[in-house]
Design a protein around this ligand. Structure first.
Ligand SMILES: Nc1ncnc2c1ncn2[C@@H]1O[C@H](COP(=O)(O)OP(=O)(O)OP(=O)(O)O)[C@@H](O)[C@H]1O
Length: 245
């Protein structure tokens, strides 16, 4: 099956800082890839490049078969990027946000979808609220609803559960799982390693901008810990890998 996301030799430098170096990986339809690494490892930079927000210094990115540099509109139409800090329009209500996103992406049956998403995100009844009247978690949920509205083939999430309460976390995990089961590819970055362990099919560990491990948790365990580490948690492996790197 053709990958939804194909990353070849991605590099990003800021002046003298090599934030991301030679990253190559693919994400298949229905697959959830977890991106983990210590502070400053290059996770946000990688996600911003994948979303077409930051131009890479070198390398090639394809989303749903479209080269992100050559066909940015088509590639971006196929993805949603959900940053860790929800970015909303101060003077648009919840409903107007969804309407605006629907018009940007040309979603014909948006009202029906928007209603279902507001139910899913527990925002029903908040249609007329402005962002200033929403809690931090509600803003996060609205941002996620906007990202899901055009049914993207690739969803990129930076720390998706920040600010959500325990019940909302459980629901969000179920929402992400459902979308993956329906064939959406997901890339999520998080420091919450139990979440990554629970949701992700494969894990990419980066440190100092470089990939230091890529595979299923079982494969990473086998590569790194040898026979004695067969039960090592992702947290233990993470500490071993990133200390060595
Ligand atoms: N706009 C920028 N200008 C210069 N350097 C930057 C910029 N953004 C990030 N960097 C540098 O790039 C490197 C990677 O940063 P990045 O934010 O991608 O890391 P991260 O893995 O997301 O970290 P964290 O877990 O702390 O969020 C760091 O050395 C950081 O200082």
């Amino acid at each position: 099956m053709a990958p939804v996301l194909d990353v070849r030799g991605l590099e990003k430098t800021y002046g003298d800082v090599k934030a991301v170096q030679k990253l190559t990986f693919q994400v298949a339809p229905g697959e959830v890839l977890g991106l983990v690494g210590p502070n400053g490892a290059g996770k946000t930079t990688t996600l911003r490049c994948l979303a077409g927000i930051l131009p890479p210094s070198s390398g090639r990115l394809r989303v749903a078969g479209y080269d992100l540099a050559a066909f940015p509109v088509e590639a971006k139409h196929s993805l949603a990027f959900l940053p860790d800090e929800p970015r909303l329009f101060e003077y648009l209500t919840v409903w107007e946000h969804l309407n605006f996103v629907a018009r940007l992406y040309g979603v014909a049956d948006w009202e029906e979808r928007a209603r279902a998403l507001l139910e899913e995100m527990e925002l029903a009844g908040k249609e007329k609220a402005l962002p200033g009247e929403l809690s931090r978690g509600m803003k996060q949920k609205l941002s996620i609803a906007c990202g899901f509205l055009h049914s993207p083939r690739l969803i990129i999430l930076d720390e998706p559960l920040t600010g959500l309460d325990p019940l909302a976390i459980r629901r969000m995990k179920a929402s992400l799982r459902q979308r993956a089961e329906a064939g959406t590819a997901l890339v999520l970055s998080s420091h919450l390693l139990p979440l990554v362990e629970e949701l992700c099919h494969r894990i990419l560990v980066i440190a100092g901008g470089r990939a230091v491990a890529l595979g299923t948790l079982a494969e990473i365990r086998e590569q790194l810990s040898g026979p004695d580490g067969s039960a090592a948690s992702l947290e233990e492996l993470f500490i071993r890998i990133t200390s060595a790197a």
